[in-house]
Design a protein around this ligand. Structure first.
Ligand code: MCA
Ligand code: AMP
Length: 524
């Protein structure tokens, strides 16, 4: 497949004058995106003919630079590794070391932290703004061995962009696992195409659609569902640099999007903003939502009360779906027909789902089981972790999601929770309890600790830590949170802290996390 055949570019090539992106007051056409991404590709190629799956870390906020860089990396034959701007320095460093990229692309807003992290890893960095201007932009930039700055060797004339086969790696997206350290989930171009096609078919994504995307662009939800899928089909995407409920309500009126996708916490906040308004204003806000024909929730369980309230606020039923970084979208409620509260519906087109019962057999309708997934959209490997990759699949290629569900004959699947107590979902972010425990144990005043997720109306679950302190005494909660945030993203800092004499353990010495959860739930 040559660059010109990358399916992503199909709609862009066939109608270059059409608006692809809206960012603030600016609009960018598909033609502009094609041109900008070609400049990025040539900047990264530095006269070479193909990046041959060289990895490029993207530390760029949501906006035109992000999308042009993403397309440019692919058009040059490279692999995109989007990292979270919220990561503190040590987390960034360990992810960059794990990804082992050729270069880190930064943006003015993220430059200082990103540059320091790239330098600490001995990886060259470049400014996305320079990349957007093309190879010639850096001609006047003197290579700086001190800062490890990226310098270019220009060769003219520019060779054609490489042929990119679908079997090549496209993305490495990091997600937390049960083993503590985040793992890089590798998806190929073919995986991505299948994920996108399946979503477009289920939800009938059309060129006339406008998707409002206020999601972070380092997760499948924000990248594949709310960005790539609409762009693939010639639709328009409005990117908000960060989620703000008032801004989203405003954009519902100004841009009249047809589709909004968010995590449950976002809907909780949108409803709260609506409830805080006067009755007259509420009517106005609800009227604004009438342009939306689809509001979609995923990444975490949507509480029943949010489903009900949104139906009153937006005057239509939210569509809940279920997916994972490793698989893309798996289960969805119907586009037409009843979207039953508490259910995530049936498999997306092309996706096979089964429930494995506790005896290893396929669960019967009504019987609980573990969700397993197969299909062309399922990821190919965990980056440089062959053993974990092998352990994630059974011998017939079914991917073990680690989620429990039950099948209802009428409404489809209901997600019951996770197999592991060590995985927490907070604000739609997947968090490993073990990773947080590792950091907490390094604190001089903490002798022992255990982290669990406690149900919460706004966040789904809240990271909650039970601590046993050293004789020096307890650390005040704000101080401990600030300390954790030096090493881990803010959403991993324990929101609730409880100091105990000893952790509840079984006779083998294993912490009884279900008991701990009960202790938190009973606490005032
Ligand atoms: C932030 N804070 C929290 C949490 N997150 N406190 C408790 N629990 C949390 N989870 C705190 C911060 O530390 C800070 O406090 C204050 O809240 C504001 O922080 P900020 O980062 O500004 O939060 P926010 O911007 O309000 O974030 C809320 C959010 C965000 C917009 C809901 O969490 C978000 O974008 N979530 C989406 C994640 C996502 O896309 N997941 C998809 C992965 P202080 O000021 O005291 O420091 S799953 C996926 O991709 C699969 C395929 C799927 O199915 O979708
Ligand atoms: P991530 O690894 O961040 O992609 O998160 C994937 C996990 O999010 C899944 O394994 C589920 O535990 C959870 N998840 C995603 N969508 C839903 C949903 N609609 N209901 C319940 N859990 C969900």
């Amino acid at each position: 497949m040559s660059d010109s055949d990358l399916p992503l570019l199909g709609a862009a090539r066939s109608d270059p004058g059409r608006t692809a992106l809206v960012v603030g007051e600016e609009e960018y056409s598909y033609g502009e995106l094609l041109a900008a991404s070609e400049r990025v590709a040539r900047f990264l190629l530095r006269g070479r003919t193909d990046l041959e799956e060289a990895r490029v870390v993207l530390l760029v906020p949501p906006g035109i630079a992000y999308v042009a860089a993403q397309w440019g990396i692919w058009r040059a034959g490279g692999v995109v590794i989007p990292l979270a701007l919220a990561h503190p320095f040590p987390e960034l460093v360990s992810l960059i070391i794990d990804a082992d990229p050729e270069v880190v692309l930064l943006h003015s807003g993220t430059e200082e932290k990103g540059m320091a992290a790239a330098q600490a890893c001995g990886v060259p960095w470049a400014r996305a703004e320079d990349a957007l201007r093309g190879p010639w932009s850096a001609l006047d930039r003197v290579p700086d061995p001190e800062t490890n700055g990226y310098h270019l060797h220009i060769s003219a004339p520019a060779p054609p962009l490489p042929a990119v086969d679908e079997s090549r790696r496209a993305h490495i997206i990091y997600t937390s696992g049960t083993t503590g350290r985040p793992k890089g989930v590798v998806t190929t171009h073919a995986n991505t195409r299948h994920q996108v096609e399946s979503i477009a078919k289920a939800w009938e994504i059309r060129p006339g659609d406008t998707v409002l995307n206020a999601l972070p662009l380092h997760h499948v939800h924000g990248i594949v569902n709310a960005l790539l899928c609409p762009l693939w089909y010639g639709a328009r995407v409005e990117i908000l640099p960060r989620f703000d409920p008032d801004e989203v309500w405003k954009r519902f009126e100004l841009l009249r999007p047809t589709i909004f996708m968010g995590v449950p916490t976002m809907y909780v906040r949108l409803i709260r903003a609506w409830e805080e308004a006067s009755p007259e204003r509420r009517r106005e806000l609800s009227d604004r939502a009438q342009w939306l024909h689809l509001t979609i929730s995923g990444s975490a369980a949507l509480p029943g009360h949010v489903h009900k309230r949104w139906a009153e606020v937006a005057r239509h039923a939210i569509l809940e779906r279920y997916g994972l970084t490793e698989t893309g979208m798996v289960l969805t409620n119907p586009l037409y027909g009843r979207r039953a509260e508490g259910f995530v519906g049936r498999p997306f087109p092309g996706v096979k789902v089964r429930l494995r019962g506790d005896g290893g057999h396929e669960a019967l309708p009504g019987e609980e089981g573990s969700i397993e997934v197969r299909g062309p959209g399922v990821f190919s490997e965990y980056w440089r972790r062959p053993e974990e990759t092998a352990a994630a699949f059974d011998k017939h290629g079914w991917f073990r999601t680690g989620d429990r569900a039950v099948l209802h004959p009428e409404h489809g699947y209901r997600i019951l929770g996770r197999e592991s107590v060590d995985i927490i979902k907070t604000g739609g972010e997947k968090v490993s309890a073990l990773e947080i425990e590792d950091v907490l144990r390094r604190h001089p005043c903490i002798e022992d600790c255990a982290v669990v997720g406690i149900p919460d109306d706004e966040w789904g679950e809240q990271v909650s830590a039970a601590l046993v302190c050293t004789p020096e005494g307890a650390v005040p909660a704000p101080e401990l949170r600030a300390w954790v945030k030096r090493y881990l993203a803010g959403y991993k800092a324990p929101a609730r802290i409880m100091v105990l004499e000893a952790l509840p353990r079984n006779s083998m010495g294993k912490v009884l996390k279900t008991e701990l959860r009960d202790l938190f739930l009973r606490a005032p």
